[in-house]
Design a protein around this ligand. Structure first.
Ligand code: NDP
Length: 504
C-alpha cells in the first residue's frame, strides 16, 4: 500500500514539466498531466477573454441550450466520470456517482434560471425619481478562474463553473493536483458541445499554477475552494489586481441533538455526516452536542452504527496523504487531554485508511474540537440545554454548515437561524447542498461569497444599473447649477411629507 503524493513535478522529455495523479488506495498512477506555468496560464486566460465575448453574445437562451446539452453529455458519461473520480480520490464509485448527479442538477438549475435571476428588469424609482425609468441587469465579468479541491472533484468545482458559465463568463479551471484527470475530463466533455471556442478550459499543475491564475490581471473573479490558509494566499495574489474572490474554505460543523429528537435518525445522520467520504467533506459533521437527558440513549445508537462502518468499504482512503498526520495529531491530542475513545482510537489511523473514531469528553479548546480534522472522526459532548449546545457550536472560528435534530419544528428553526453558519439542515444532514436554489458558503474562517442558487449566479456578475430621464419636471431642477432656492424648498417639503412622520 503506497501513500505516494502527487505533490512533486518533474521535467518531461519535451521540456514541459509534468506530474502524475495517483490512486491513493493503491499508489498506481492514474494519469500524467502537464504543469502549466505562468505563461501557459496567461495564454489560457487570454484565449478565454476572447471566447468570453462570443459566449456572452449568445445571450441567456443560447447559453441555456449549450449548458443543457453539456448536462446531457455529463449525464451520459456519468459512469466514466465517477470511475475516474473514484480512481483519483479513492472514494467508492457509488459516492462518486452521487456527487456527479448533484453536479448535474446544479448545472441544470443554473442553465434554466440564469435569465430570471440576471436578466434585465425594470425597477421602481420612488416618488422623487418619478420622472425616471430604471433598469437593472447582471452582466458577466469576463473570465472566471476556478481553483478547485480534491475531496469532491466534480460537485464542488461545478458549483462555481456551472453558475459562472450560465452567467455568461468563460472559465479557466485549475483542479487540485490530486484530481487533475477529473478536471480535464469535465472540460473535454464541454468541448464536445462547444468545439471551436475555449469557453471552458483547464490548466493543470501544482500550487504555482493556481497562484498564476489568481494573480493574472485578465481574470475577473477567482472562485476558490480549499483551506483557509491557502485562501489567504490566493486573496493576497488577487489583491495585486483588485480581483474579487469567492472563498469556500473549511468548516467544523456541529450537529445538535435536542431532548425530543428522533435519536436513531440523529445518530444515523451524525455517523454518515462524519464518516462518509472518509470525513473529507467541508460540510461534514465534526462535533456533536447532545442534551444530557438523551445522551446515553444517543450514544448507544451512535456507537452501534459507527462500529458497523468500515474504511475501504463504506468509504475510501484519505486522499491527501499528509492529512493522516493532522487526523493523528487531533486524535492523540484529544486522548492525551482526557478525551475518551468510544469507537476506534489512536490505532485507527493506519494510512492510507482511517477507521471511524468517536471521541467523548474532549476539552473544548483542543484541536479536535476547534480545528478542521477532515477525517472520519467525531467529538461528542453532553450539554445541559440546547442553548448551551448552540453556544458551543458557535464558539469556533469556522461557520460553514450545521445540523439540528429536534422534534419541535419551532425550536429547531430558532436554533437553525441562530447558528453561526451559512447553511443549516434540520432533521437531515447536508441536505442544503442538494437544493440548487439555496446559496452555499460560509462566514468567518469558512470564507465569504456564495455559490449555488440565485446568489451563486449573481456572484459571477457585476450589477449594471441604468436610469433614464423620461421627462423634465418643472420646478425640480435639482442636478444643475441653475437650481433655484425655490427648487430646493419644494424638495424639502416633498421629503418632509414623504418621510417626516414618526411611526411611534
Ligand atoms: P489547499 O487549500 O492547499 O488547495 C486547494 C486548491 O488551491 C488546490 O487546487 C491547490 O492546488 C490550490 N492552491 C494551492 N496553493 C495555491 C496558491 N498559492 N495559489 C493558488 N492556488 C493554490 O488544500 P489542500 O488540498 O492542501 O488541503 C488542505 C486542507 O484544506 C485540508 O486539510 C482541508 O482541511 C482543507 N480543504 C477544504 C476543502 C473544502 O471543501 N472546503 C477542500 C479541500 C481541502 P494543488 O492541489 O495543486 O496544491
Amino acid at each position: 500500500m503506497s501513500t505516494t503524493s502527487a505533490r512533486s513535478a518533474r521535467p518531461a522529455a519535451a521540456g514541459r514539466a509534468s506530474f502524475d495523479s495517483v490512486n491513493p488506495a493503491t499508489g498506481a498512477v492514474v494519469g500524467t498531466h502537464p504543469v502549466h506555468d505562468a505563461e501557459a496560464v496567461g495564454a489560457a486566460v487570454a484565449a478565454a477573454g476572447e471566447a468570453a465575448g462570443w459566449w456572452a453574445g449568445l445571450g441567456f437562451d443560447g447559453r441555456r441550450r449549450v449548458l443543457l446539452d453539456y448536462k446531457a453529455v455529463l449525464t451520459r458519461e456519468l459512469r466514466r466520470i465517477a470511475a475516474l473520480a473514484h480512481e483519483e480520490t479513492g472514494k467508492p464509485i457509488a459516492d462518486a456517482t452521487l456527487e456527479t448527479v448533484l453536479a448535474i442538477t446544479h448545472l441544470d438549475w443554473a442553465a434554466r434560471n440564469a435569465r430570471k435571476v440576471l436578466g434585465r428588469r425594470r425597477v421602481g424609482t420612488g416618488l422623487i425619481g418619478a420622472n425616471l425609468a430604471a433598469t437593472l441587469e447582471y452582466l458577466p465579468l469576463g473570465v472566471v478562474g476556478v481553483i478547485g479541491p480534491w475531496n469532491y472533484p466534480v460537485f464542488t468545482p461545478m458549483g462555481s463553473i456551472a453558475y459562472a458559465l450560465a452567467a455568461g463568463n468563460a472559465v479557466v479551471f485549475k483542479p487540485s493536483e490530486l484530481t487533475p484527470g477529473v478536471g480535464a475530463l469535465l472540460a473535454e466533455l464541454f468541448a464536445e458541445c462547444v468545439p471551436d471556442r475555449p469557453v471552458f478550459q483547464v490548466v493543470t499543475g501544482l500550487g504555482e499554477t493556481g497562484a498564476a491564475l489568481a494573480g493574472h490581471p485578465g481574470v475577473g473573479k477567482i472562485a476558490f475552494t480549499g483551506s483557509t490558509a491557502t485562501a489567504k494566499r490566493v486573496m493576497a495574489a488577487c489583491a495585486e489586481n483588485l480581483t474579487p474572490m469567492v472563498a469556500e474554505c473549511g468548516g467544523k460543523d456541529a450537529l445538535i441533538v435536542d431532548a425530543d429528537a428522533d435519536l436513531a435518525a440523529a445518530a444515523d445522520a451524525a455517523v454518515w455526516g462524519a464518516m462518509s467520504n472518509a470525513g473529507q467533506t467541508c460540510v461534514g459533521v465534526e462535533r456533536v452536542y447532545v442534551v444530557e437527558r438523551v445522551y446515553d440513549d444517543f450514544m448507544r445508537e451512535l456507537t452501534e452504527r459507527a462500529r458497523g462502518v468500515r474504511s475501504g468499504e463504506h468509504y475510501g482512503p484519505i486522499t491527501m496523504p499528509e492529512q493522516t498526520d493532522i487526523i493523528r495529531r487531533h486524535v492523540d491530542d484529544a486522548l492525551a487531554r482526557g478525551g475518551r475513545a468510544v469507537v476506534g482510537g489512536a490505532d485507527s489511523v493506519r494510512p492510507p485508511y482511517v477507521d471511524p473514531v468517536v471521541l467523548a469528553d474532549v476539552p473544548e479548546d483542543s484541536a479536535a474540537v476547534r480545528e478542521e480534522t477532515f477525517g472520519p472522526t467525531l467529538t461528542v459532548r453532553k450539554v445541559a440545554t440546547v442553548s448551551e449546545a448552540l453556544e458551543r457550536a458557535n464558539a469556533v472560528a469556522y461557520g460553514l454548515g450545521g445540523t439540528i435534530f429536534s422534534g419541535n419544528p419551532r425550536r429547531a428553526m430558532e436554533l437553525a437561524r441562530s447558528m453561526l453558519s451559512g447553511m443549516t439542515a434540520i432533521n437531515s444532514v447536508i441536505s442544503f447542498a442538494g437544493v440548487p436554489s439555496l446559496p452555499f458558503g460560509g462566514t468567518g474562517d469558512s470564507g465569504f461569497g456564495r455559490i449555488h442558487g440565485a446568489d451563486g449566479l449573481r456572484e459571477f456578475t457585476r450589477p449594471k444599473a441604468i436610469s433614464r430621464q423620461r421627462f423634465a419636471v418643472p420646478g425640480m431642477n435639482l442636478t444643475s447649477f441653475s437650481r433655484s432656492p425655490a427648487d430646493l424648498e419644494r424638495l424639502v417639503k416633498l421629503v418632509t411629507f414623504l418621510h417626516g412622520r414618526r411611526k411611534s
